[in-house]
Every structure is written in C-alpha cells, then in structure tokens.
Design a protein around this ligand. Structure first.
Ligand SMILES: [Fe+2]
Length: 282
C-alpha cells in the first residue's frame, strides 16, 4: 500500500495527502506507521477530526496516556489534552501552556514509561505566531562529534517535569507533584521499531547527567542542546486549522513560539505510550 506523501525537509518529516485520517483500513494503517517511523513527523492537512476519531486513531498506535494535568483534559475523552489559551465558561483556563513560548522538550520524557508518539490536531489557530519547531534527534545523534558521543555513552540523565513547569507552565498540585517525581533515562535511546539511536535529552526537562560533576554535566548538556537544534535538524511548522501532526516521541523534541493571546488557539493532543513489549531495548 502506497500513500501519497511530500517530504517536509530532505531527511525529516512528511506530509501525507489523505482525505480523512480517521478512515484507515489495516493496510493503509500499516503503511502509515512505517512512514511515521521513517520520517519522524507526519503532517495531515484539512482534516475534520472529532475527539472520538482522534482517540480511536491514536489508540491504534498503542496505549494512550491520561495526562497528569487533569484540569486540562477533555470532559468527553480524558485521553485528549487541551493545549490552549482559551477559557472555560467559569473563567478557568481551558488548556495548558496558554500563549507564551514553550522551550524544547520531549513529551512525557519525565515518566518512567515514556511516550512513543503524540498526535496534535489544530482546531483554532491565531493569524500569526505559535509556530512549532521539531528537532530530529536521530540525525543529531548520528552527526555528533565522536568525543561527545563517547562522553555520553552508557550514561543516564535526570528528567524533571517540575523543571519544565518553573519556566513554561503553572505549578502542579501536591497530588500531581507526587505523580511527576524526577526520573532517569538513558541519554541515547534506541528506537523500538527502527533501531536507530536518538539523543534523549531536552533543555526543558533534562537537568543533569548522572555520575558527572555538576560543571561537566552542564557543559556537556549545553553542547548537546546547541548542536541538536542546528537548522539542518529542525522543521518549523506554521499551523492552519485542520492540521494534524503525528510525531515520533522516541526521536523528536519540539518547542513553540509565543503568540498574541488576544487570539484563541486550541490544539487537542493525544499521547501514545511505549508498549510494554517494546520497552526492553529502551
Ligand atoms: Fe509538547
């Protein structure tokens, strides 16, 4: 089965031209999953995706996360997280992250069992701003200078949701804090499907390398962060309402530009967790 695609950059990202991403038969879905693993990001334009359809499509890739920020979940489908600056009828925020910039991060890197992918569907977008950038951490790892590769070989790093909140989000409640204790993960992650290695660190959530003095840890992380967001590894996306982007969270970190908060923006996200059967190589 061949799907009609257009590359977004020479080695990273593809637009899949399809009328309705909710209606994949088994053969098309299998082709779609192969494209997702190969390209790291898949873009679908002009979609009309209900919350039920988004949840059902995402679940075909694996178990879905119920995000710890329960105040921002869809009342009808708790697998859907609202990313938005809009307000509920009672004046409380509808979604997470409002209108500010959001620094480079991997979704759910702070969980013991991290995310395999995320699907975001754009419902409302502002006329400008709010651009999202994706970095190909597999290409970045492969291009790393040998000395840096050797210095992180076999090492683990600390991942902290609280670190992210301090810069980009509002504090978690006591209960949420208990569910988002810092974890460690290998700094280089082997993809469960492609077996390619990726850098599995991000400025927004990675705080230190285990077993190294603080200054050395900071120095290495800073060098890695600077290297991995070079333009040749990054795809920048300007959203249109109706866009859906499915990205590989074992290979891709992302960040967002701020936008004028007087304009409403609403994105709906589902997050696919690493299947237990595939967790071993990680
Ligand atoms: Fe994110």
């Amino acid at each position: 089965m061949t799907l009609d695609i257009r590359q977004l950059t020479p080695g990273f990202g593809a637009e899949v031209r399809i009328d309705d991403i909710a209606r994949f038969d088994e053969a098309a879905f299998s082709a779609l999953r192969d494209l997702w693993v190969t390209h790291g990001i898949l873009l679908f334009r002009d979609q009309e995706l209900s919350e039920g359809a988004q949840t059902a499509l995402s679940r075909r890739f694996g178990e879905l996360e119920i995000h710890v920020r329960t105040e921002y979940l869809s009342p009808d489908f708790p697998e859907i997280l609202f990313v938005s600056n809009m307000q509920k009828a009672n004046g409380e925020p509808l979604g997470i992250l409002a209108d500010r910039d959001v620094g480079w991060h991997y979704d759910q890197i702070y969980l013991p069992k991290p995310a395999l992918g995320s699907l975001i569907y754009a419902v409302k977008v502002p006329p400008e701003g709010g651009r999202t950038y994706f970095a190909d951490m597999a290409a970045a790892y492969e291009a790393l200078p040998d000395d840096l590769k050797q210095r992180i070989e076999g090492r683990r790093a600390v991942q902290s949701y609280e670190h992210f909140n301090r810069s980009y989000s509002v504090p978690t409640s006591k209960t949420q804090k208990a569910r988002t204790q810092d974890v460690t993960h290998p700094m280089v992650r082997t993809h469960p499907y492609s077996k390619r290695k990726s850098l599995y660190i991000c400025p927004g959530m990675t705080t230190e390398i285990i077993g190294l003095p603080e200054t050395e840890s900071r120095d290495i992380l800073d060098r890695l962060f600077e290297f991995s967001v070079r333009p040749e590894f990054v795809y920048a996306h300007d959203w249109q309402a109706g866009d859906g982007i499915l990205w590989d969270n074992a290979r891709t970190m992302h960040r967002r530009d701020p936008f004028d908060g007087r304009h409403p923006r609403l994105m709906k996200r589902t997050t696919i967790l690493m299947p237990d059967a595939l967790a071993a190589p990680f």
